[in-house]
Ligand binder design. Sequence first.
Ligand code: HEC
Ligand code: HEC
Length: 231
Amino acid sequence: MKLTHVFGALTLGTATLTAWAGGGQDLLAKQCISCHAITKPESASLERLWERKGPDLYFSGSKFNREWLEAWLQNPTAIRPAGVMYSKLVKAGAGGTPDVIDSSQLPTHPKLSKEDATLAAEALMALKGSDGLVEKGAFKNEPVNASFAAMLFSKLRGCSSCHAAKPGTGGASAPELYTAGDRLQPDFVLAYIKDPQKFDPHVWMPKFDLNAADLQKLTGYIATLKSAEKK
Ligand code: HEC
Ligand code: HEC
């Protein structure tokens, strides 16, 4: 008698859970996969990188902070100032003038309701990518000397030639990093800086020869970059 009760409750629980997680997966399959890879692509060719419409999401659970994800899906803002394939929209500035972005061609991202954003975030956070892609706990969160780290970012390593650490500064060929502290998990940031080609063999971010201490410092610095309202 008792056992049947427990069993009954369990089945109900599992059924509800499956329906719920399924809702998020369904939503991704219906509304997102036309632009995003939610499973690891079989061939990571240059053509695929060139033709894809949106960034890969198959390692979202190892990359994003869930709170950011839910908020962004309801109110998406531009992360890549010149789109996913910047060379299609950027015209090199003449004689040392800054590059010009044809932002009229930047697509606006689909917006989700609060309920759908929660479902999508839940399903995305379950996508961890392959084992060892992002090493958990690699970022030690030691105190950083902010001005030295900022110099490492802008002058010594030239990260700012592609990335903006503040709105309106830096290059446009890569994701902005001024919301990175809200957006990204530090372990992901460290793994990406250490070896960008591990995430995509054709991505144009160079693999820098950074020592362990500089990796920690750059990651610590990027983790402090947050949107103004949240500071
Ligand atoms: C028409 C194509 C298109 C569709 C459909 C689309 N996206 Fe996107 N998505 C993009 C593009 C382009 C970007 C890059 C925006 C940027 O960097 O400014 C993006 C960025 C993202 C990002 C941030 C990724 C990163 O690495 O920075 C997330 C998360 C995301 N989309 C989730 C979704 C979800 C969930 C859906 C389905 C509900 C969806 N997208 C549907 C094109 C699309
Ligand atoms: C030649 C241009 C270039 C330089 C220089 C460069 N990056 Fe990148 N970076 C990129 C590109 C391109 C991406 C990924 C593009 C994408 O996902 O659409 C990227 C991605 C990243 C990401 C992940 C961001 C995200 O939202 O997915 C981090 C963190 C990062 N870079 C940090 C750095 C740091 C730190 C340096 C300096 C040591 C640096 N980058 C130098 C081009 C560059």
